[in-house]
Design a binder for this molecule. Structure first.
Ligand SMILES: Cc1ncc(COP(=O)(O)O)c(C=O)c1O
Length: 504
C-alpha cells in the first residue's frame, strides 16, 4: 500500500484539527462522529493516490463490444513498462527479489504453460500435487529436515502472511482451549496480529532487547497456561536480526508449547549464508523445539509473487491446518489452505524457480547479496549521523540521534529510493535483494544517503519532505483509532474508479 501520499495530507493535519476531539471515546458521540466523518472526507479528498497516467482508459463497466486483444496487450504492456524502472533499477527495498529479465521471462513461460490448472482438481491436474509436494520436500530438506528423525511436512500457501495464519490456526485447533494465547516478540511480523484477529487469539507482544532481538527471559515470563504457541523470526522484518531461536524454542519445548520460526525472509538465505561461512544462529528443524516454520518462495526463493511454504514437525499439526467437509451437498470437500481454488501455475513457477536456481544458484545469490550488504553496512557506518540498529545481515535498519531519520528517508525518496519507514524507535530500513547487487547500485545508495543526511541536517528537527511528516506523526500520535479509521478509508479509495471518459 502506498502510504506516502496519505502521509502529510492526512496525518500531519490530525493533531491540530482532531486530536482533542478524539480522546476519551469522544468519537462514539454521534455529533463528534459526524464531525469526524466530514473531517475524514475532507482530508481524504485531498490525499493523492498513485494512479496510472491519465492517457489510460478507465472501465467502470464492461465495454459493449469486445476490445481487440492486440489493443489490450499494448495497454497492459504500457502499464507494466511505466512501472518497471521503479523496481528494476535496484532502488526499492525488498519488493522484487530477483528480477533479472531472463529469470522473469522463464517464470512467465512456466506460468503460461499451467495458467489453467487448479490443484483443487487433483484428477485433472495431478502435476499440481506433484509440484506442491516437491516444493514442500525441497524446502524441508533445506530447513533442517535431514537433521531430525521427525517427519517435516507442510503445504504451499499464497504468501508469508497466509503461512503464518495457517500455522496459528493449526496451533489453535490442536490446543482446543477457549482463549488461546500467542507469545511473540514485538518485532514479529504483523501477520501474527492478523492471525490473532481471525482466529480469536489473545496476543502478547514482548519488548525486544537492546540488540533488537527477542528477549528469552521476558518471553518466558509472558507464557501462561493458555499459551499455545511461541514464535520468533529469522530474521524479523523491521531490524533484520535473527532472534535467539534455540533458547526460545527450548523454552517452549520444556513447557510443551509449539514454537514457530518465521523464516519468511530468511528461509531461503540463512541456510546458504551458513554454508558460505557466515555465523548464523540455528533457527530451523535441527532444533528439537521448532515445531513449525514459514519460508517464502516468493521472496528469496525467487519465485513469482504468490507463494510461500509452511512446514510442520509431524503430520498431526498439519492436519489441524486442513479444512474438510463431509456433509456438503456439493460433495466431499477438502482444502489444505485458506483458499478453495488455487493457481496451479504459481506452484509450477515456484517449483521451476527452485530447480532452476539449485543449491549453487542460491549460494551464489546469497553470496552476492551478503557482499553488497557488507559494503552498505560499512558505508552507513561511515556516516557519523546514522546508527545501524542491532547486528543485521542483509535487512539493514538505521536510526539517527542527530537528524530526523524520516526526513532522510524522504530525501532518499526525492532521489528515487523507496525505503521502508519503521516505528518504535523511528528508523528506516533497506532489504537488500539481487536488484542491489547490480554494478553501481550500492555506491549510488551510499552517495545519495550521505547527501540526504546532509540535506536533512539543514532542515531542523521537524520533518518536512514527502512522507516524513506522516512517519513522524504516526510514530507518536496518540489517537490510534483515528489513524486506523483513516487507513480503512484510504483502502476504500484504492477501490474507487476515477471519473473519466472510458471511450477516450
Ligand atoms: C519476517 C516476515 N514475515 C512475514 C512476512 C509476510 O509476508 P507476505 O508479505 O508474503 O505475506 C514478511 C514480509 O515481508 C516478513 O518480512
Amino acid at each position: 500500500m502506498n502510504l506516502t501520499s496519505i502521509a502529510e495530507r492526512l496525518l500531519a493535519r490530525l493533531p491540530n484539527r482532531l486530536a482533542e476531539r478524539l480522546f476519551g471515546g469522544a468519537s462514539k458521540i454521534p455529533t463528534v462522529r459526524r464531525i469526524l466523518e466530514s473531517e475524514y472526507e475532507e482530508m481524504l479528498a485531498s490525499a493523492p493516490i498513485a494512479r496510472p497516467s491519465a492517457e489510460h482508459a478507465v472501465f467502470a463497466e464492461l465495454p459493449q463490444q469486445p476490445i481487440a486483444r492486440e489493443a489490450l496487450l499494448a495497454e497492459i504492456a504500457a502499464l507494466a513498462e511505466a512501472e518497471q524502472a521503479d523496481w528494476q533499477d535496484g532502488h526499492a527495498s525488498g519488493a522484487v527479489y530477483h528480477g533479472d529479465a531472463d529469470h522473469v521471462a522463464f517464470l512467465n513461460e512456466v506460468y503460461a504453460l499451467h495458467s489453467q490448472s487448479n490443484p483443487l482438481h487433483t484428477d485433472l491436474w495431478p502435476s499440481g500435487a506433484k509440484f506442491e509436494a516437491e516444493i514442500v520436500s525441497m524446502s524441508a530438506a533445506m530447513l533442517g529436515a535431514k537433521d531430525t528423525p521427525d517427519d517435516i511436512v507442510g503445504t504451499v500457501t499464497s504468501g508469508g502472511t497466509e503461512s503464518i495464519i495457517m500455522a496459528m490456526k493449526a496451533y489453535r485447533d490442536r490446543a482446543g482451549v477457549r482463549r488461546p494465547e500467542m507469545v511473540i516478540p514485538d518485532s514479529a511480523h504483523v501477520a501474527f496480529d492478523k492471525a490473532a484477529h481471525y482466529f480469536g487469539y489473545d496476543q502478547v507482544r514482548v519488548p525486544v532487547g537492546a540488540d533488537y532481538r527477542a528477549d528469552p527471559t521476558a518471553m518466558a515470563h509472558a507464557v501462561t497456561r493458555n499459551t499455545v504457541v511461541v514464535a520468533a523470526s529469522a530474521p524479523g522484518f523491521p531490524h533484520g536480526v535473527v532472534d535467539p531461536i534455540e533458547e526460545l524454542s527450548d523454552m517452549a519445548r520444556e513447557r510443551g508449547i509449539g514454537f514457530h520460526t518465521d523464516a519468511c525472509l530468511g528461509g531461503f538465505v540463512l541456510p546458504w549464508a551458513r554454508r558460505l561461512g557466515y555465523e548464523t544462529p540455528a533457527f530451523d528443524f535441527s532444533l528439537p523445539g521448532v515445531t513449525s516454520m514459514s519460508a517464502d518462495t516468493h521472496k528469496y526463493g525467487y519465485a513469482a509473487k504468490g507463494t510461500s511454504v509452511v512446514l510442520y514437525r509431524g503430520i498431526d499439526l498439519r492436519h489441524h491446518q486442513y479444512f474438510v467437509a463431509t456433509e456438503w451437498p456439493g460433495g466431499l470437500y477438502y482444502s489444505p489452505t485458506m483458499a478453495g481454488s488455487r493457481p496451479g501455475a504459481l506452484l509450477a513457477t515456484a517449483w521451476a524457480a527452485m530447480l532452476s536456481m539449485g543449491e549453487t544458484g542460491y549460494l551464489a545469490a546469497t553470496e552476492a547479496i551478503l557482499n553488497v550488504a557488507e559494503e552498505i553496512r560499512e558505508g552507513i557506518g561511515k556516516i557519523p549521523e546514522l546508527q545501524i540498529l542491532g547486528d543485521p545481515l542483509w535487512v539493514i535498519a538505521f536510526a539517527s540521534e542527530v537528524v530526523n531519520v524520516y526526513e532522510v528517508m524522504a530525501q532518499m525518496a526525492a532521489r528515487d529510493w523507496s525505503l521502508n519507514g519503521l516505528h518504535r524507535p523511528p528508523a528506516v530500513h533497506i532489504a537488500l535483494t539481487l536488484r542491489h547487487t547490480r554494478p553501481g547500485v550500492a555506491q549510488a545508495f551510499l552517495s545519495d544517503l550521505g547527501d540526504s543526511v546532509d540535506e536533512a541536517k539543514t532542515m531542523g528537527a521537524e520533518p518536512q519532505t514527502g512522507a516524513a511528516p506522516m512517519y513522524g506523526m504516526a510514530a507518536t500520535f496518540p489517537a490510534r483509532r483515528a489513524v486506523g479509521d483513516l487507513l480503512r478509508r484510504y483502502i476504500d479509495r484504492l477501490y474507487t474508479i476515477e471519473d473519466r471518459d472510458s471511450s477516450s
